[in-house]
Design a binder for this molecule. Structure first.
Ligand SMILES: Nc1ncnc2c1ncn2[C@@H]1O[C@H](COP(=O)(O)OP(=O)(O)OP(=O)(O)O)[C@@H](O)[C@H]1O
Length: 403
C-alpha cells in the first residue's frame, strides 16, 4: 500500500502539492487524475524518492521509498518513457536495469515479450516511436515483478491495440493483488480501467472514492428527449412546458433536449399533455469525463480560448455550419448537470446527498467522502417530490451558462 500523509512540495514560491493525504490500496487499479500542472508527477516523484517532500511524508508498505529494502524488486514505475539512453538497444537498457537490481537476465526477455517488443529488442531505442518507448518503459516497470506499480500516463502515444493491452495489463496486475497507481488524462480509458480514483487540483485533494461514486457525486443522470426533427416548433413547445414544470432543459448538439429535475414518466406526461410527439425519451448516466470536468473546472490553470482569427476570418463555404460550442472552451457548465442540491431534483440521483462545500474557484473545499450507500444503477423512474414553484421558461437555443 502507498500512503501519503500531509504531503507537500514547494518549489520556491510555487506550491506544487499541498497537504495531500491518501492511501492507494492493493488489489485495485487506482486512477490518479488532475488537470495539467495539478501536481500528479510531483506526487509520483515523491512516492519514488526522486523528490523530497517539503512537509509530510509518503511511504510504500510502511517505508519511505529510499528506505525500502530491495526497492526495485518491490516497486516498478513508468514516469518518463523518454528517460532512456538512446544509444542502447531495448534489451541492453533492460539488462542494465536488471543487473543493477540483481534480476536474472532471462527476465529481460520475458518482459520484452510481455510488452510486444521482442522483434525490436536489439534495436537502439533512439529510433523508437512514442508508443514503442512507452512499451519499453512499461517493460522496465515490470522487470522486478513488483507488488507496487506506478504508471504516469502509460497509454500516451499507444495505438488502440496498445491502449487495450495496457487496460488489461493494469486490471490483471490488480487482480493478482498488486497495488496499481496510474495517472491519465484519458477519462474514457480511466472509466474502463480504474476501480478507485484520487483526484487533485492545484496540488490539493479533490476526491478519493470509487469511480461510480465519483460520477454519482459529481453529476446527475439526465433524460434525453427528442421531438420530430421535421417539426422544430414542437421542440420549443415541449422545452417551455418542461421548464414550467420545474425541469432544467439544455439543448444537445444533435437537436435533442437534455432534461434534469423531472422523472421520465413526468416528462412523458408533459409531452402528452402538450400534444408533442416524441422520437426519443431515454435515461442517461453522466460519463466520468463529465463528472471530472465538473469537479475540476475551478482548478484548471491552462484554459484555451476560442480562436477569433482576427482579420483572417473566411466566409463559410456553402452548406458549412458555424462553429459549434466545444466542451471546455469558454463554457465550463456545458458538461453534466450537477448533483442534486437544495431546490434541484435531478431524477437519477439517490436522495439526501449534500452538495460538497465550495472552496475557492468553485472546487470543493474538502475531499468529498464516498457516499455511504453503495453506488447503484440510477432509477430513472423514481417519482420526485411535489414540484416547487414553476421555473421560468428556458431559452433552449443557448447553452446553460449563456442564459
Ligand atoms: N522542478 C520543478 N521546479 C519548479 N516547478 C516545478 C518543478 N516540477 C514541477 N513544478 C511545478 O509544479 C506544478 C505541478 O507540476 P506537475 O508536473 O507535478 O503536474 P502534473 O499534474 O503532473 O501535470 P501534467 O498533467 O501536465 O503532467 C506545476 O506548476 C509545475 O510547473
Amino acid at each position: 500500500m502507498i500512503e501519503a500523509v500531509g504531503l507537500t512540495k514547494r518549489y520556491g514560491d510555487k506550491t506544487a502539492v499541498y497537504n495531500l493525504s491518501f492511501q492507494v490500496r492493493p488489489g485495485a487499479v487506482t486512477g490518479f487524475l488532475g488537470p495539467n500542472g495539478s501536481g500528479k508527477s510531483t506526487t509520483m516523484r515523491m512516492i519514488l524518492g526522486l523528490d523530497n517532500p517539503s512537509a509530510g511524508q509518503v511511504t510504500i508498505g510502511g517505508y519511505p521509498y529510499r528506505k525500502l529494502p530491495n526497492a526495485p524488486r518491490q516497486v516498478g514505475a513508468l514516469l518518463d518513457a523518454k528517460a532512456v539512453h538512446g544509444g542502447r538497444t531495448a534489451r541492453t537498457h533492460l539488462l542494465s536495469l536488471a543487473q543493477l537490481s540483481g534480476i536474472p537476465a532471462r527476465r529481460v526477455d520475458e518482459v520484452l515479450g510481455v510488452v510486444g517488443l521482442q522483434d525490436v529488442a536489439r534495436k537502439r531505442s533512439k529510433g523508437f516511436s512514442l508508443g514503442m518507448g512507452q512499451r519499453l518503459g512499461i517493460a522496465a516497470a515490470l522487470l522486478g515483478d513488483p507488488q507496487v506499480l506506478l504508471f504516469d500516463e502509460p497509454v500516451n502515444g499507444l495505438d488502440p491495440e496498445g491502449i487495450l493491452w495496457v487496460r488489461n495489463l493494469m486490471k490483471s496486475l490488480a487482480a493478482e493483488g498488486r497495488t496499481v497507481f496510474v495517472s491519465s488524462h484519458l477519462m474514457s480509458e480511466m472509466a474502463l480501467t480504474a476501480d478507485h480514483l484520487i483526484v487533485i487540483g492545484r496540488g490539493q485533494l479533490l476526491a478519493d472514492m470509487g469511480v461510480q461514486d465519483f460520477i454519482a457525486a459529481n453529476s446527475a443522470g439526465f433524460a434525453r428527449v427528442r421531438t420530430p426533427d421535421t417539426e422544430p416548433p414542437l421542440r420549443e413547445k415541449l422545452a417551455t412546458a418542461l421548464a414550467e414544470a420545474g425541469g432544467h432543459v439544455m439543448p444537445e448538439q444533435d437537436g435533442a433536449l437534455r432534461v434534469t429535475g423531472l422523472p421520465l414518466p413526468r416528462i412523458s406526461d408533459i409531452a402528452h399533455e402538450t400534444d408533442v410527439r416524441l422520437w426519443e425519451l431515454s435515461p442517461h448516466q453522466a460519463s466520468l469525463e463529465e463528472a471530472y470536468m465538473r469537479m475540476t473546472q475551478g482548478a484548471v490553470d491552462y484554459r484555451s480560448t476560442i480562436d477569433p482569427k482576427a482579420g483572417l476570418q473566411q466566409p463559410l463555404p456553402p452548406g458549412a455550419q458555424p462553429q459549434m460550442p466545444v466542451p471546455g472552451q469558454g463554457q465550463p457548465g456545458w458538461y453534466a448537470p450537477p448533483p442534486p442540491q437544495q431546490g434541484g431534483q435531478p431524477f437519477a440521483m439517490p436522495q439526501g446527498q449534500p452538495a460538497p462545500p465550495q472552496g475557492p474557484y468553485g472546487a470543493p473545499a474538502a475531499p468529498v467522502a464516498a457516499p455511504a450507500a453503495p453506488a447503484s444503477a440510477p432509477n430513472p423512474y423514481t417519482q420526485p417530490a411535489p414540484a416547487a414553484a414553476p421555473a421560468p421558461a428556458v431559452d433552449t437555443t443557448k447553452p446553460e451558462d449563456a442564459r
